[in-house]
Design a protein around this ligand. Structure first.
Ligand code: DC
Length: 224
């Protein structure tokens, strides 16, 4: 039997990626964290294409998109993102990348550039992709679609904890500001904005822990 294609979209720090990873392990699916791809392009832009004022030169990035080779490699059962052969899994979580990623993700050229990588992995089924536009744009025919949300304060708490564990220095105020800014930019952009697909199941996990969110999602998945 063909394994399902599952789309998990939603706001930043609702646990999409870590939840998708565990569901993938449980159901024997391949997981792709599509946010990491946008972060990878942003990391590349930060290193290749900055103006003198330190801002990203978007046109310069477009001209250099063909120099980007992003791939996930399976290392000890973890999908690690490599950019042109270099492990960038830590670099893509820094504040520098987080503060520019929404701008980069709002560019049509960048979204088109990453489309094929996302769609090709889903062709044979047996995948779970998490992101912002998976159920609406990338995989509109996915077998299951979920949309995760949670309060801003709870998401700030989770993000702060995650960054602290990664050893990235920050404070709760800037984490919250970045989340609010990204929610707004991601939802209001013209191309593939963050929004719930009409046929997606809405899950508010403000008061649910990871385990409970996973169980709730699994309770909707049948025939596997
Ligand atoms: O999930 P994340 O926080 O790592 O995502 C980083 C950014 O990438 C986020 O601000 C929105 C963007 N993104 C997107 O536009 N489309 C996706 N499918 C995934 C992420």
């Amino acid at each position: 039997m063909r394994k399902p294609v599952i789309a998990i979209d939603g706001y930043s720090s609702t646990g999409k990626s870590s939840i998708s990873k565990i569901i993938a392990q449980k159901l024997g699916l391949v997981h792709m964290d599509t946010g990491a791809l946008y972060r990878g392009v942003t990391y590349f832009a930060n290193t290749c294409c900055q103006n003198e004022d330190g801002k990203i030169n978007i046109q310069g990035l477009f001209e250099n998109l063909d120099k980007i080779k992003l791939e996930f490699r399976n290392i000890n059962d973890e999908l690690i993102l490599f950019l042109n052969g270099k492990d960038i899994s830590r670099e893509i979580r820094t504040n520098e990348v987080s503060s520019n990623v929404s701008l980069i993700a709002s560019q049509k050229e960048v979204r088109d550039f990453l489309m094929e990588t996302q769609r090709s992995i889903a062709e044979k089924g047996g995948v779970i992709l998490d992101g912002r536009d998976i159920g609406t744009v990338v995989l509109p025919n996915a077998d299951y679609k979920f949309f995760l949300t949670a309060s801003v304060d709870e998401r700030t708490r989770r993000r702060f904890q995650e960054l602290t564990i990664l050893g990235i220095k920050t404070d709760e105020k800037s984490v919250k500001e970045n989340l609010i800014y990204r929610d707004k930019t991601d939802s209001e952009r013209e191309v593939a904005p963050l929004k719930k697909a009409d046929d997606a199941i809405l899950i508010d996990n403000t008061n649910l822990d990871k385990r409970q969110t996973i169980d709730l999602i699994l309770s909707h998945i049948h025939d596997i």
